[in-house]
Design a protein around this ligand. Structure first.
Ligand SMILES: Cc1ncc(COP(=O)(O)O)c(C=O)c1O
Length: 423
């Protein structure tokens, strides 16, 4: 892409533009969602397994699973109530429970930690690198005889360093749960995220690429893992719909209740059909901004292991210090540029639940095995690499309602603030 260099010289002040509207799928909720949700209401079929007229086409949840699996290249997909529920289903499908350890990036969403605790296993916190995802080498460093899996987060629209991490997981005999909650539509070397590990999850929460308010998906190729996830999400049952997909072979076990409603599925289905549009838009604007700010001394963009697969909805810029990052963000915000110093991801060791080490009842806490708490591996001083990354960056979100003019203005604002603070 060639873009005229429209950024003004440093001395010329920008004319402040109105702040653009943030939002991905949520900003595109409209007629398509309305039509599918109304179908559910008109048919009086809000429950995916009961009440369906045999003459009706498959329900919304079934259709969502089918289109989702086909679009992203999975053998099976299972719609559930949230990304957090999907994580618990995936961990349960992998047979993870008390006595097991799961490696998870110290810097990741709350649920990445809590889901592991909820199934009774021990989260083992790992360093991130300049991709903001798990640092290669961490599985080898942290692996013990009890390590069953790594929960690999594809952070904010970008695939992690998959080749290195998968090779390391395989050589250590560790299974890979790909958390694609923040990366619907992201790809790595031509494949959708989630298709390279053992099992994957996605989230349709409000801020995600596609949203149904709340909602999630477990996606998987292995039929036994699919059956186990189905059973766990539906109080241990395999209903006729799923039996048609996978002949039951797993002895029944106790599950939870994470079934998606037809209303939620209708929303998610309409949104799924918009993912390519959102992605193309964000990628184009992201490239437009990056082209105009590349090479600014002292500013380093997040490393993207496969740039061709980036969804482009958030630009990360690392600054030389925390102080500069804060000032940079404040100045951009004053120019009406959405520039976050936080994405509401924090390190688990800084969160209350990690500092107490409690579960809902003491006996359920995997941390009770440690004499002192917080134990080594759960304290800020144990994560020098992560600490050196997370304070110095700012995140520039790009919404689906952003225009070319917004992108050019963001680039010009970054250049102006850079000249004020760093040259
Ligand atoms: C990386 C990651 N995993 C899991 C989740 C949980 O998804 P949900 O909010 O749908 O429960 C999120 C949600 O923000 C997330 O960002």
């Amino acid at each position: 892409m060639t873009i005229a260099n429209e950024a003004p010289p440093a001395s010329k002040k920008l004319t402040i533009r109105p702040r653009p509207q943030l939002g991905l799928g949520a900003a595109l909720i409209g007629r398509e969602e309305e039509e599918l949700v109304l179908q559910v209401i008109r048919n009086q079929e809000p429950f995916r397994y009961y009440g369906h007229d045999a003459n009706h086409p498959p329900g919304m949840a079934a259709q969502l699973e089918k289109e989702f699996a086909e679009k992203f290249g999975f053998k099976s997909a299972l719609a559930v109530t949230s990304g957090t529920a999907a994580l618990e289903c995936a961990l349960a499908a992998l047979g993870i429970g008390p006595g097991d350890e799961v490696i998870v990036p110290a810097w990741s969403w709350i649920s990445c930690f809590t889901a592991i605790v909820r199934v009774g296993a021990l989260p083992v916190l790992a360093e991130i690198d300049d991709t903001f995802s798990l640092a290669p080498g961490e599985i080898t460093r942290l692996r013990s005889d009890r390590t069953k899996a790594v929960l690999l987060v594809h952070y904010q629209g970008v695939a992690a360093d998959l080749d290195k991490i998968l090779a390391e997981a395989h050589s250590n005999g560790v299974r890979v749960l790909e958390d694609c909650a923040e990366a619907v539509g992201a790809r790595y070397k031509g494949k959708s995220v989630g298709t390279c590990g053992d099992i994957a999850i996605f989230s349709f929460q409000y801020h995600k690429f596609m949203t149904s308010g709340e909602g999630g998906m477990v996606a998987v190729n292995d039929p036994t893992l699919y059956e186990r996830a189905v059973r766990f999400h539906d109080i241990g049952q395999m209903r006729a719909y799923h039996v048609n997909i996978k002949k039951p072979s797993v002895p029944a076990f106790v599950g939870d209740q994470f079934r998606m409603t037809e209303l939620c599925a209708a929303m998610a289905l309409a949104q799924l059909r918009k993912v390519d549009f959102i992605k193309d838009h964000c990628r184009r604007l992201s490239a437009r901004v990056m082209e105009q700010i590349k090479g600014l001394p002292g500013i380093r963009p997040r490393r993207i292991p496969d740039p061709a697969g980036d969804t482009g909805f958030e630009i990360y810029l690392a600054l030389p210090s925390k102080e500069l990052a804060i000032q940079f963000s404040q100045k951009l915000e004053a120019l009406n540029v959405n520039a976050r110093k936080t994405t509401f991801t924090y390190c688990h060791y800084a969160r209350d639940y990690c500092q107490t080490g409690d579960a809902h009842t003491p006996a359920a806490s995997p941390f009770k095995q440690f004499k002192d708490w917080p134990a080594k591996g759960y304290r800020q001083q144990d994560f020098p690499r992560t600490e050196s990354i997370i304070h110095n960056f700012l995140a520039l979100p790009l919404g689906v309602k952003y225009t070319d003019e917004d992108a050019d203005y963001i680039a010009a604002a970054v250049r102006q603030v850079h000249s004020e603070l760093m040259s």
